[in-house]
Design a binder for this molecule. Structure first.
Ligand code: NAI
Ligand code: SOE
Length: 390
């Protein structure tokens, strides 16, 4: 079995998730397309990098991403840093001939995302953007229903991503609240996942009309280098300005005539990872809530009149990715499984020399929608989503 040697840049929250995925992938997908080798992990300091290597089982560590992407042994560069570093690292990795997986949003702006796309195209390497929620088996099952025509022509899509980790004004000024690092707030951080799901299930978005709001305009400065998601600091210490959106609500139009809405906020008390979509078609409807991610709710026009209503389908061995996962429906799909599937699909594409989706073209397409949401939030006008050529 071939080895794929990985250099992972960033050993924080996503560093943990990706490390787990590389270790677990061959346990789920067997025979594995290749053996992922956790060759080197990079973090901002030697100490952070060594700790990540020890904790997550990497063979070596470094504090220089520039050095590791030029390591001839590395096949795949995995970018799990804050957003402002994605473009520089991805472009350099592609120029060094490495395959690249990059966390979402692909970049803080669509302009940078385009440069990243052009770099991987020039280099002819495999690229992937880590919109892992489309790899939740129930989301892939929704795609199967839609592709098979089970709900007919899609009329509308209502998508949400609601969280509450930043609802407390005393929660720290994470990098996610700083435009120079994150690019945007709820829009790029979580709204982009819903944009990806909408594109995956319904098709390309043609225009948006959005409201964006910032409720908490300053937050306590973080005392450690680690990003604290929530965890009110109750600090009387200095505060810094929040210069990104807390919430975005958008009406959307799709090229195929469907309409819909996308909402994103991290200030919704009681909502944790509330990624939902409801899709109505001419022949039926589908509803999904990530907080019950083993389940897909479906209802069909053809249902007998005395059985009207949504019913629950549980994902398991017979639904997408099921053969690799657990042998009984509803044993439980977790966040980790979505990342394990993602690792498999990326490594398989490298071995097969094929395209994996979502790739940098998808990341760029999502970034164009994110930018349009921000622009519409400022202007209050409908904003058309440009195509790659303008
Ligand atoms: P984090 O703050 O937990 O981790 C980022 C890591 O990057 C830290 O260990 C930090 O020290 C390191 N880092 C910073 N500068 C560096 C440099 N110059 N060289 C090497 N390492 C450096 O952030 P988190 O939550 O892991 O987010 C990382 C990326 O993953 C972001 O783009 C975020 O949007 C995305 N993300 C995606 C998720 C998903 O569900 N797909 C979930 C969470 C985050
Ligand atoms: C914080 O909102 C966050 O970690 C996002 O950055 C991720 O993309 C999301 O999946 C989980 O929440």
């Amino acid at each position: 079995m071939q080895d794929i040697k990985i250099a992972m840049i960033g050993g924080g929250f996503m560093g943990k998730a990706h490390s787990l995925a590389y270790s677990a992938m061959p346990m789920f997908f067997w025979p594995a397309p290749a053996r992922p080798v956790k060759h080197v992990v990079v973090d901002a300091t030697e100490d952070l990098a060594r700790t990540a290597a020890d904790r997550y089982g990497w063979n070596s560590s470094s504090s220089s991403w520039e050095a590791v992407i030029n390591d001839p042994e590395v096949d795949l560069v995995d970018i799990a840093t804050p957003n402002n570093l994605h473009a520089e690292i991805a472009i350099a990795a592609a120029e060094a001939g490495k395959h690249v997986i990059c966390e979402k949003p692909l970049a803080p702006t669509s302009a940078e995302a385009l440069q990243m796309l052009e770099a991987v195209e020039r280099a002819g390497v495999v690229s992937a953007v880590a919109f892992n929620y489309r790899r939740t088996p129930a989301v892939a099952l929704a795609k199967k229903y839609i592709d098979e025509g089970a709900i007919g022509r899609i009329l509308n899509f209502r998508g949400t991503y609601l969280q509450d980790w930043s609802a407390d004004p005393d929660s720290p000024l994470s990098w996610r609240f700083q435009k120079k690092i994150a690019g945007s707030g709820a829009v790029g951080d979580i709204g982009s996942h819903v944009v990806d799901i909408a594109r995956y299930l319904v098709g390309e978005i043609s225009a948006v009309n959005s409201i964006t709001s910032t409720y908490i305009t300053e937050r306590p400065l973080q005392t450690s280098g680690f990003d604290a998601l929530g965890g009110a600091s109750k600090s009387d210490g200095p505060r810094g300005a929040v210069d990104v959106d807390d919430e975005a609500i958008s009406l959307v139009r799709f090229h195929n005539g469907a309409v819909g809405s996308i909402e994103a906020t991290r200030n919704a008390w009681g909502r944790n990872n509330f990624i939902t979509f409801e899709i109505h078609g001419t022949e039926g409807s589908i509803f999904f809530n990530y907080e019950n991610r083993d389940e897909l709710q479906v209802a069909f026009k053809s249902d007998p009149a005395d059985r009207r209503g949504f019913r629950t389908v549980y994902t398991g061995p017979n639904t997408p990715y099921g053969e690799a996962l657990w042998p009984i429906p509803a044993l439980g799909i977790g966040y980790g499984e979505t990342k394990i599937i993602e690792a498999h699909d990326v490594i398989k594409a490298i071995v097969d020399g094929s395209r994996v989706r979502p790739d940098f073209a998808d990341g760029y397409a999502a970034a164009l929608v994110d930018d349009a949401i921000l622009e519409s939030g400022q202007s209050g006008e409908w904003v058309k989503i440009p195509t790659r050529d303008g």
